[in-house]
Design a protein around this ligand. Sequence first.
Ligand SMILES: NC(=O)c1ccc[n+]([C@@H]2O[C@H](COP(=O)([O-])OP(=O)(O)OC[C@H]3O[C@@H](n4cnc5c(N)ncnc54)[C@H](O)[C@@H]3O)[C@@H](O)[C@H]2O)c1
Ligand SMILES: O=C(O)C(=O)C[C@]1(C(=O)O)C=C[C@@H](O)C=C1
Length: 380
Amino acid sequence: MMVAPVTAPILIRGTGLLGTSIGLGLRAAHYTVLLSDPSPTAEAIAQDIGAGIRLGDAGEDLPGLVIVAAPPEAVAVEVANALVSYPEAVVVDIASVKIGILARLLEMAADAETALTRTDLSRYVGTHPMAGREKSGPVAARGELFTSMPWVVCPAVDLSTGEQLSAETAVADAVQLARTLGASVHRMDPSTHDDSVALISHLPQVAASLVASRLQDAPADALALSGNGLRDVTRIAASDPNLWVQILSANAQPVVEILYGLREDIQRLITTLEAPTAPGGQADIAQLIAEGNAGVARVPGKHGAPPQSFAVVTVIVDDKPGQIAAVLNDIAEIGVNVEDLRMEHSAGHQVGMVEVSVLPGKREELAQALTNIGWKVVLS
Ligand SMILES: NC(=O)c1ccc[n+]([C@@H]2O[C@H](COP(=O)([O-])OP(=O)(O)OC[C@H]3O[C@@H](n4cnc5c(N)ncnc54)[C@H](O)[C@@H]3O)[C@@H](O)[C@H]2O)c1
Ligand SMILES: O=C(O)C(=O)C[C@]1(C(=O)O)C=C[C@@H](O)C=C1
């Protein structure tokens, strides 16, 4: 268990984007990490970039904690195998959906033909880090992926009686794992988790994919005009289809309930825009945008704190190496804290735009100071 991090290694089963990111984060916190993946290439890349050592190359020490970071469809069997193979270890998974995996584990535990027992489930905890990327595989891994992001911890329960099956000591290990990687922990039952992620994760994925799919045949001249609006809405449309088939199929019902409501709103908008100047049309459009304003205002900032509006100072830089670092160095010397940062390229020009978010009260001061030392600054 995690109380003895140096002597009890942590085994990561599945060394793709998430597994390798967890390995990198745990290595940075000085844990001993073992890596295992059915793909020898994924395993070797994860080891090469410093996420741990391959299980096959490791010594005899048994893991105290096993993290199953496999695709959702493989998770239940991998969790069961780990619980049986390592009878002293706590086993957590990090899959994006929770109820289906728990139901499958309960089924296996009730089946006399399988080695898994209900008692074994006291060492299992379902979890879900709410952090990821639109890329997959170990090459895309980042050790700091989880910093300041939510991490849901769902103790296993009997789905008929609600009785908690995970031991509190196992839950504590799962919590410590999330905190070690810098995440903020949200304890939740698996069903509430699945309903919640349908809205805050699965709906955005579907919306991004639907919007981006409209671009497939768009004229290149139109796409050349793309600004931040399109990028903001479509980033996750680049996500892995194989992973999302599994996620959406496993959480279909809660997603469908939300899509029914969305379908009504889209139908209402179509009707309005077919005759935008008809009586009530303008108010209808304004209401749609205002309802969006009300929704986005409820999206929390870091650590679940209320959203904070930052002011953006845009610095125009030459599109060449070292420019972002130079801007950040100068900002550090000016003494203003950078709350967020993003980089944009201006279509067709050899310049980049570094968008720096700062506290609103610091905006003018920073813009003036950067201008004084020669940077081209735009206030938006
Ligand atoms: N991608 C995200 O943004 C994200 C975020 C949070 C949680 N998750 C969850 O993390 C898990 C892994 O997703 P990912 O994005 O790292 O995917 P990935 O495709 O990058 O990696 C998956 C890895 O699992 C391996 N694998 C396949 N079958 C396996 C098995 N039976 N046992 C062990 N490993 C197996 C693959 O070889 C691959 O290396 C999924 O359950 C996903 O739902 C993903
Ligand atoms: O930031 C991203 O790329 C993500 O899509 C991450 C994201 C999400 O926030 O919806 C996607 C799916 C995972 O289950 C958890 C996190």
